[in-house]
Structures are given as structure tokens and as C-alpha cells.
Design a protein around this ligand. Structure first.
Ligand SMILES: [Zn+2]
Length: 401
């Protein structure tokens, strides 16, 4: 058997769950790659042949490359002034009057050309990659009109050509109601479904369609359904920001439409959780946003476990509610704030994050999957969840290179 490349003297956290070993650990292991895919995984002593290129890992731990399945990486401007005003006691109305809030990001993003969007996003992307991320999802949603939504998605696709990373894009035109449609969420949802979404789909710029269901500041169930039906006509899978601030039955709606994931879900009710598990919809937990907006209503993790719901963890990196370009920090927050186990948290940034993006070719160390690896200088996998603000990543491998 011949391989392109072999990694030796590594401890493997394969994430292929076994009875009594949810991390699928192989100590003193080796991984071999051929044509960008994993060709062999096992104990070093059982490796059938050597390759032309071998890498000694000196006891480092290798995990599947991390997957950040929910980000708003591409945007212009920043919201630090708004953060400062809030700490000085300003109300949301005062901040809005001073030009803050999501519409300030919309204004800045509309004014930025593609090169400016790429330049702003690149340093944020680099921070994620430096932690071992090899796949990232990027949403639009700060244009709220065709031209800028398209430019955001093009900028996202450009990033994938500038760095070794696998990138998935989601059209989130139904993120907020733009000023042009103030007071007419129905009209804007129709515009998304009939004009923006078909145009973006025809250009092949989106891998999925996302929405924001919230009865007070987002789109209601009927408006979201309109967008999801347009996605189905365009042949695109859907996902949803659901039940973040109150129980709007968003989780059940996502499940009914066979969504890849329902995200946030702090307020998702038992029926919604059961429907998600039944439909195979992944629950994406975003503890960074929970922390930053000082939410106190915890997601019902016990009900999610009991239902057998697959849980992912992501950064939700965005300028308004989670300026945190760190997936390792989310591992810690998922454990400290939501009381996930180490095995649940690590599955949330590997195998279940892959499922949340509809990708079956990654997220574990197993023959036939993409050879996306993250190497860490740690003594046990729990360290990835334990540290706050320490990055032990030694290197990444994307598609075997
Ligand atoms: Zn989000």
C-alpha cells in the first residue's frame, strides 16, 4: 500500500465514537493520506507501509480539522462605540438614534466594495484558522438588498482562494427588515423569496439559505415559510436562527422544513426539540452570543440529550452580539455555560458541525474522508475545552496538504 503522506507518533482523537469511548482515541497512532483523503488510520505498530513524506508528531494530538458551522465573518465597520454607550447606560432607542444596531453594520457593509469586505474579514478568518479550523460557514445578511448580499457572498468565496480552508456560504437576506421596507416585513420577505433568493441561487453563490425567526425583531413563521419554500424551489437546503430570545416555535418550523440546523435554540420547547431530533435537524449552540448579550435562559440540554438531538457548537462571530473569533473559546463556554461534556463539545465542532452543514465527507478521522487535520500540543483532548485564551494548535492539514 502506498501513501502520499503519513503522520507518525501522534495520539488520535478520531471522533468515531465507540462503546465507552465517545472520542474514539487511538494512542501512539498514525494517519496516512492519499489524494487528499484519509487512506488509513490506526495504531502506529499496525501501519502497513511508509510513504514518501512522513511527519513525526512527537506525541501531539490530532483531531479532525475543526468546523465553525455558524459565522457572520464578512462585514464592514465595527460596533465598539455601541458597546461603550450601552455600558454608559444608553438605552437601545438612544443607540439606534445615534446610528447603532444592526442597521449600522448594514450601512457600513453597503458602502464597502468587495475588496474592502475581503480585507476586513481576512484577519478574523486567520484567527480562526490559527486554532485549527479547516471548514467555515459564512453568512450574508448585512446587505438586505440584492447587490450587497451578492457582494458579501462573493467576498466570502474569494476568502477561500486566499487561504487553505473549505468554505460554505449561506444566504441570510432574511436577517432583518431593511430601512427601505420599514414596517413592511411581509413585503421584504416576499422580495427575498421572489427576487433576491432566485438571483443568488441562479449565480450559484449560496450553499444554503438561512433565516431569522423572531416574533418581535425578526420574521414571523409565515414570512420564514415563504423564504424556505423559495429555497426548496431553488434546490437549496435551509437553516434557521430560532428561539434565541423567546419561544417562537422556530425549532419546530425548522424541523418541518427538514432544516440542516436550528441555531441558538435557548428557548426551544420540548416539542420543537423532539421534532428536530426526528427530522435530523442539528441543534447549533452559540454560547458566545449567550454570554455577550448576558442571556440567562439556558438551552434545555437535558431535553436535547434525552431526545438524541445532535448538538454542534459555533462562534456566531458577528459585530453585534458575538465579536469572538475563537472556536476554542466556544468549546470552553459550551462546557462552562451549558455544561456540555468534553465529548459533546468536541463532537460539536467536528462530526456534528459537519452534519449541520450537510457535509458527510469530514468531521472524523476515518478512511475515505477528507484529510483535514488539526494538531495540538496537549496532554489530553479535554485541554481543548479547559483553557481560556490559550491556543495550543501546532498546525493544520487541509485536504492532505
Ligand atoms: Zn447568527
Amino acid at each position: 500500500m502506498t501513501f502520499d503522506r503519513v503522520w507518525l507518533d501522534a495520539n488520535l482523537c478520531t471522533m468515531v465514537a465507540r462503546e465507552g469511548d465517545p472520542l474514539g482515541v487511538i494512542e501512539d497512532g498514525a494517519i496516512a493520506a492519499r489524494d487528499g483523503h484519509i487512506a488509513w488510520v490506526g495504531r502506529r505498530a499496525d501501519l502497513p507501509a511508509d510513504a514518501t513524506t512522513t511527519t513525526q508528531c512527537d506525541g501531539a494530538w490530532i483531531l479532525p480539522g475543526l468546523i465553525d458551522c455558524h459565522t457572520h465573518l464578512v462585514y464592514a465597520g465595527d460596533r465598539a462605540r455601541e458597546f461603550e454607550m450601552r455600558l454608559e447606560g444608553a438605552s437601545y432607542e438612544a443607540i439606534a438614534r445615534a446610528g447603532g444596531g444592526i442597521l449600522s453594520t448594514v450601512r457600513a457593509t453597503r458602502a464597502a466594495d468587495e475588496a474592502a469586505l475581503v480585507a476586513a474579514a481576512l484577519p478574523r478568518l486567520d484567527l480562526l484558522l490559527a486554532e485549527g479550523v479547516t471548514t467555515i460557514e459564512v453568512k450574508s445578511g448585512y446587505g438586505l438588498e440584492l447587490e450587497t448580499e451578492r457582494r458579501m457572498l462573493r467576498a466570502a468565496r474569494r476568502l477561500a482562494g486566499l487561504r487553505p480552508v473549505s468554505l460554505q456560504t449561506s444566504l441570510l437576506a432574511a436577517h432583518a427588515v431593511p430601512p427601505e421596507f420599514a414596517g413592511d416585513a411581509d413585503g421584504y420577505a416576499r422580495h427575498v423569496a421572489e427576487d433576491i433568493l432566485p438571483a443568488i441561487a441562479a449565480e450559484g453563490l449560496a450553499d444554503a439559505v438561512d433565516g431569522f425567526t423572531d416574533s418581535v425583531i425578526g420574521f414571523d413563521l409565515a414570512q420564514t415559510r415563504l423564504v424556505f419554500e423559495a429555497a426548496r424551489r431553488a434546490g437549496l437546503p435551509v437553516k434557521l436562527h430560532a428561539d434565541q430570545l423567546r419561544d417562537d416555535a422556530g425549532a419546530a418550523l425548522a424541523a418541518r422544513h427538514g432544516a440542516l440546523s436550528a441555531d441558538h435554540i435557548e428557548y426551544a420547547n420540548a416539542a420543537g426539540i423532539a421534532a428536530m431530533a426526528h427530522a435530523g435537524t442539528v441543534g447549533v449552540l452559540l454560547p458566545g452570543a449567550f454570554y455577550f448579550i448576558r442571556e440567562t435562559h439556558l438551552p434545555d440540554i437535558a431535553a436535547m440529550r434525552a431526545a438524541g438531538l445532535r448538538l454542534a457548537l459555533a462562534t456566531d462571530l458577528n459585530p453585534g452580539s458575538c465579536p469572538a473569533p475563537s472556536l476554542l473559546l466556544m468549546l470552553n463556554m459550551g462546557c462552562t455555560l451549558f455544561r456540555l461534556t468534553v465529548a459533546e463539545a468536541l463532537a460539536g465542532v467536528t462530526r456534528h458541525a459537519a452534519a449541520a452543514l450537510g457535509l458527510s465527507d469530514r468531521g472524523m478521522l476515518a478512511p475515505g474522508l477528507r484529510c483535514d487535520l488539526a494538531l495540538y500540543g496537549i496532554s489530553r483532548p479535554a485541554e481543548l475545552c479547559y483553557w481560556i485564551g490559550r491556543n495550543p494548535c501546532l498546525g493544520r492539514v487541509v485536504a492532505g496538504a
